[in-house]
Design a binder for this molecule. Structure first.
Ligand SMILES: CC(C)[C@H](C(=O)O)[C@@H](O)C(=O)O
Ligand code: SF4
Length: 468
């Protein structure tokens, strides 16, 4: 028998029973609950008169709909306000631990799970949100689920799942100056496509991973879903254990000693076989920006906008032309000549402390270009407070950025922060489809340092020309 992968091991540890059709019932250790995907699940429980199987296995927080501008005690109006107040009511009624909007622990689900030590290696963790793959950075088996599945978890703490195929992405080499882990994942998606990881659980491995911080690993795993894979994981190591030690919900004392020793051994066996292997040398990577309306439509910032007329594949040609029309771009234009109106630094992809430190280092003692509006939205209150303690808020403000409260903000047009039609945004988020940041809004995905550089230049620009 060949060895097992990290994914196989966690899967087996949580398998309650197998079904004839090849699927299995998995025990789910943790469930994060947000305001957009949970109302239906709570309604379902109410209708069926079911209690929660394990209230302590859940944490609820409102992140998509919360306002980020000078938050007061008041809820926003409309759908956003309704979603938040429903979550508050549901959490109270069903006994789910709830983190209020103005709490020091508030933030985007995928930022606070790790911060609280709610996300742990070897655990199964789910959330009614596709970017739940972020938590795989800790060596957890984490994936997004649908609203009806949230109800199943609430009621039974189990979920019937079909096992994914195994895929390993091995990263070699060292990132150059000004090149970020966001560039790795954008380059990977450009290469394998938005369907490249479909049906597979990705494990990111290789020498380049060992050097990455937890923040960077989370950025990488966060965008696995943009490559079509619901699962992206990294085996736990010293970096993981150092990050988790002393977190509010992490084990303590003897339990910590035992758990951390087990986590050290939680890795893919050397003789394990993957269904698909991809290798990427990160040393030669340039900073990337997306030019189209899928994360796959991404190029090095040094490139020019591609010409659909040169594309052989008819379907692809059509999609490219459509993307360019929506984005208001002409083939042959240098990416570095594309003017921008807005800059968004934040989201569960790049709203962590390291992201803000890196972006602040670029904007320090510089000014945002005239006419550009930039907002910095920490992924959590804890990130905001840490950044403020380090004076990063002052650096951003002095450069002309708005400094906001935690939330999903302009990553998704479900709150007050959104683009107007035709506005072009340099964004550190993860999705760029039509209307994602507001109807008619145009998104260019990039790393925090690239977004910071774009703010200063007033156009897409190669951060390596700014960094001194
Ligand atoms: C609204 C929510 C359920 C959605 C998701 O599933 O990911 C959102 O977070 C997103 O990033 O598109
Ligand atoms: S920050 Fe964006 S990607 Fe992340 S959970 Fe919120 S809306 Fe989804």
């Amino acid at each position: 028998m060949t060895g097992q992968t990290l994914y196989d091991k966690i899967w087996d540890n949580h398998r309650v029973k197998d079904y004839d059709d090849g699927s299995s019932l998995l025990y789910i250790d943790r469930h994060l609950v947000q305001e957009v995907s949970s109302p239906q699940a709570f309604d379902g429980l109410r209708e069926r008169g079911l209690p929660l199987r394990r209230p302590d296995a859940h944490v609820a927080v409102a992140d998509h709909a919360v306002p980020t501008r000078l938050r007061s005690q008041h809820l926003p109006g409309g759908l956003a306000g309704d979603q938040i107040s429903r979550l508050v009511r549901n959490a109270r009624e069903f006994g789910v631990p709830y983190i209020p909007m103005n709490d020091r622990r508030h933030g985007i689900v995928h930022v606070i799970g790790p911060e609280l030590g709610f996300t742990l290696p070897g655990a199964t963790l789910v959330c009614g949100d596709s970017h739940t793959c972020t938590h795989g950075a800790f060596g957890a088996l984490a994936f997004g689920i649908g609203a009806s599945e949230c109800e199943t978890i609430f009621a039974t703490q189990t979920l019937r799942q079909r096992k994914q195929k195994r895929m390993r992405v091995t990263l070699h080499g060292r990132l150059g100056t000004g090149v970020a882990v966001k560039d790795i994942i954008l380059a990977l998606i450009a290469e394998i496509g938005t369907g490249g990881g479909f049906g597979h659980a990705i494990e990111f491995a290789g020498p380049a991973i060992a050097e990455l911080s937890m923040e960077a690993r989370m950025t990488l795993c966060n965008m696995s879903i943009e490559a079509g894979s619901r699962v992206g994981m990294v085996a736990p190591d010293e970096t993981t254990i150092t990050y988790l030690k002393g977190r509010p919900l992490a084990p303590e004392g003897d339990l910590w000693m035992r758990a951390s020793a087990e986590w050290q051994d939680l890795r893919t066996d050397p003789d394990a076989v993957f269904d698909r292997e991809v290798d990427l040398d990160v040393s030669a990577l340039a900073p990337h920006v997306s030019w189209g309306t899928t994360p796959e439509e991404t190029l090095p910032v040094t490139a020019t906008i591609p010409d659909p007329a040169l594309e052989q594949d008819a379907g692809k040609r059509f999609r490219m032309a459509r993307s360019l029309a929506y984005m208001g771009l002409e083939p042959g234009t240098r990416l570095a000549d594309v003017q921008i109106d807005r800059v968004f630094i934040g989201s569960c992809t790049n709203g962590r402390i390291e992201d803000l430190r890196n972006a602040a280092a670029i904007v320090k003692d510089r000014r945002i270009a005239g006419g550009v509006v930039g907002i910095v939205v920490p992924g959590s209150a804890s990130v905001r407070l840490q950044a403020e303690a380090e004076g990063l808020d002052k650096v951003f403000r002095a450069a002309g950025f708005e400094w906001r409260d935690s939330g999903c903000s302009m990553c998704v047009a479900m709150n007050d922060d959104r683009l107007a039609a035709g506005e072009r945004c340099a964004s550190t988020s993860n999705r760029n489809f039509e209307g994602r940041q507001g109807q008619g809004g145009r998104t260019h995905l990039m790393s925090p340092v690239m977004a910071a550089a774009a703010a200063i230049a007033g156009r897409l620009t190669d951060v390596r020309n700014l960094a001194s």
